[in-house]
Design a protein around this ligand. Structure first.
Ligand code: BGC
Length: 248
């Protein structure tokens, strides 16, 4: 298929992939979702990514991978929700070798931000845009006038005597069996803090829980407008595909 590329989104809980139409940002294949193996080791994750490529029968020459860590010059530099064994691995070389095609990796939240900025809800939005992906962890993407400032890691900020993502991620909501309101109050504290520091013009929420934004939006007290990611839970896939098409 012309002008299509495979996008993969590796998460702490699930790994997803689909072929993306680069003109529209729409998925043009089935979306394959496989649980990320416990511990998220290089071996386990690579096997799952390989399975997604094979299941889709993808025969392109390149793919984009959204990966849940800091990535500097292709190197994995952090490991909050994945195995420590990833530290120091050149992700682009690793996935290219595993899959036998050119792979380009980008932080998963940055990928989601690219999808929104290129095709979605932040398209043509000037000023400061912050996207937060709320899942196993909390990822962040920061844009100024459409330009991405990569690897921001707001989820790793120290907050309330702990780490911000451990206070308000969707995993924490489930682990602590928080009611939706109790969790949304935590998210509100997080968003007010981020708003105070960055004075954004737009806040976008991604990750599965963003699909239910209407049910808790009334509890979010920022002055900044908050919207759900237009690509919902597919933003990471779409952005990873867009990123590889622009950079490889
Ligand atoms: C990681 C980030 C990632 C986020 C969402 C955090 O724990 O440090 O790199 O973007 O989770 O997956």
């Amino acid at each position: 298929m012309e002008n299509t590329v495979l996008g993969i989104d590796i998460g702490g809980t699930n790994t997803k992939g689909a072929i993306v139409d680069l003109t529209t940002g729409k998925l043009v294949s089935e979306k394959i979702k496989i649980p990320t193996p416990p511990g998220a080791t290089p071996e386990g994750v690579s096997q799952v990514v390989k399975e997604i490529v094979e299941t889709l029968g993808y025969n392109g020459t390149k793919l984009g991978v959204g990966f849940p860590s800091i990535i500097r010059n292709g190197i994995c530099c952090s490991n909050s929700n994945i195995s420590q064994k990833w530290n120091g691995i050149d992700l682009n070389t690793h996935f290219s070798e595993v899959l036998g095609m050119h792979a380009l990796c980008i932080n998963d939240a940055d990928a989601a931000g690219i999808a929104e900025s290129h095709y979605g809800n932040a398209n043509e939005q000037l000023g400061t845009v912050i996207l937060l992906t709320i899942g196993t962890g909390i990822g962040s993407a920061l844009f100024y006038n459409g330009v991405l400032i990569p690897n921001t890691e707001f989820g790793r900020l120290h907050f309330k005597n702990g780490i911000l993502e451990q206070y308000a991620s969707n995993k924490t909501r489930k682990d602590l069996e928080l009611s939706m309101d109790a969790w949304a109050n935590r998210l509100n504290e997080v968003l007010l803090h981020i708003e105070f520091i960055f004075s954004p013009d737009l806040l976008i929420l991604g990750g599965g829980i963003s699909q239910q934004l209407e049910s808790y939006q009334d509890l979010l007290m920022t002055d900044t407008k908050i919207i759900p990611a237009g690509f919902r839970n597919n933003a990471g896939i779409v952005g990873a595909a867009q990123f590889v098409s622009q950079n490889l």
